[in-house]
Design a protein around this ligand. Structure first.
Ligand SMILES: *Cc1c(COP(=O)(O)O)cnc(C)c1O
Length: 383
């Protein structure tokens, strides 16, 4: 179905941050399939794990114990400080699990219409509940009736969340620590700590959508780790499997055991194939210290872009958290994607006027410089 307005290119091979199309033309990938291939294309360790597992056991069922799932869950809990995990196959599914946890948590407390606070410009997925949670009218248009049980406030405005304290139906706050689709929006440093305090005061769950910001992208394993707080629920997907579909909903403390047998499920979720791939991804990230690398290389990108675009009037702001990078222009700039493609560079434009870069965390310094040079050239010619 024509759900995507696709670019006129087909890639057939990848290696690290490089891709090749059907004609053999080489491209530098500064998008990673939207922050999926964080450890690079055709990553040997991940491919080996997938091949070995496919030759051993791909799928049983969550009716049985699964060694790789147990081990992956323990690893994710150790990395995040959370206590339990539900595995699905995508970011939307991970967020569906989070929303269901919030509702069940509310019903256990006797809340009549459990309601989740969500943000403007947010993105949480395309299923009915997650598209309702998403703060983008374009994604929602044509799909009414939407799902009940959400209230929306301005992203970055903790006071707006605090003002909801009198609403007895609120049970949780669902928020991205850095908004990805919304345009690489980075809230003030005290935003998450303030949301944490508000949630504590009101006995609400703080639920972080780290589907895009998680897995070393922002320079930490998870973006919330730039602060001293911990969420009650956190969702992951995208880079967790480096391209093998897997999503995870983690929970801690009072949220950890809200789900009991029969409350939620998935046929494929957490199967041996996906979990062995994710374990290999985490092993590479640890061995190559990709969080630290994303932090330092991200700072380099931001410094370079700010310096090299300082005199360009049409550039509104350069933003970055690790290798989650955005350049906001004064005017809409979707055509830059095609111009970059012609120059052999994959970039993305989101929120109309924000150039979004999410390069693989394994890119070399030379590749980083090549991205910077090409993007600066394109922006200068465009604005
Ligand atoms: C991509 C994304 C999702 C949706 O993930 P899917 O795997 O496409 O369902 C949800 N939340 C955020 C923040 C995302 O970036």
């Amino acid at each position: 179905m024509p759900t995507y307005a696709r670019l006129p290119v087909t890639f057939v091979k990848g290696e690290g941050a490089l891709l090749w199309d059907t004609a053999g033309k080489q491209y530098l990938d500064a998008l990673s399939g939207i922050s999926v291939c964080n450890v690079g294309h055709a990553r040997r360790e991940v491919a080996d794990a997938i091949c070995a597992q496919a030759n051993t056991l791909m799928h049983t069922s969550n009716l049985y114990h699964i060694e790789h799932q147990q081990a992956l869950a323990e690893k994710l809990c150790a990395l995040s400080g959370l206590d339990s995990v539900f595995f699905g196959n995508s970011g939307a599914e991970a967020n569906e699990a989070a929303i269901k946890i919030a509702r069940l948590y509310g019903h256990h407390k006797g809340v009549a219409i459990p309601t989740v606070v969500v943000m403007s410009n947010s993105f949480h997925g395309r299923t009915m509940a997650t598209v309702t949670a998403t703060g983008n009218v374009k994604s929602q248009t044509g799909f009414a009736p939407l799902v009940e049980g959400f209230v929306r406030v301005e992203y970055g405005d903790a006071d707006a969340v605090a003002a909801l304290a009198g609403n007895p139906n609120i049970v949780a706050v669902l928020v991205e620590p850095v908004q990805g689709e919304g345009g690489i929006r980075i809230p003030a440093a005290d935003y998450l700590p303030r949301l944490r305090a508000i949630c504590d005061q009101n006995d609400w769950l703080l639920m972080l959508d780290e589907v895009q910001s998680g897995m070393c992208r922002t320079g930490k394993w998870f973006a919330f780790q730039h602060t001293a707080i911990k969420p009650d629920v956190m969702t992951l997907a995208k880079a967790l499997g480096n391209g093998v579909p897997i999503g995870a909903c983690l929970a801690g403390g009072k949220a950890a055991n809200v789900f009991g047998p029969g409350n939620h499920g998935s046929t494929f979720g957490g199967n041996p194939l996906a979990c062995s791939a994710a374990r290999a991804v985490i092993a590479v990230m640890e061995a190559e210290q990709l969080a630290e690398k994303a932090a330092s290389l991200g700072d380099y990108f931001v410094t370079q872009f700010r310096a090299q675009l300082a005199d360009v009037a049409g550039v509104r702001e350069v933003r970055g958290s690790g290798l989650m990078l955005g350049i906001e222009l004064e005017k809409d700039c979707a055509e830059l994607v095609k111009q970059a493609l012609e120059k052999g560079l994959l970039i993305n434009v989101t929120a109309g006027n924000v150039i979004r870069l999410l390069p693989p965390l394994v890119i070399t310094q030379a590749q980083a410089d090549q991205i910077i040079t090409t993007v600066v050239e394109l922006v200068r010619a465009f604005v």
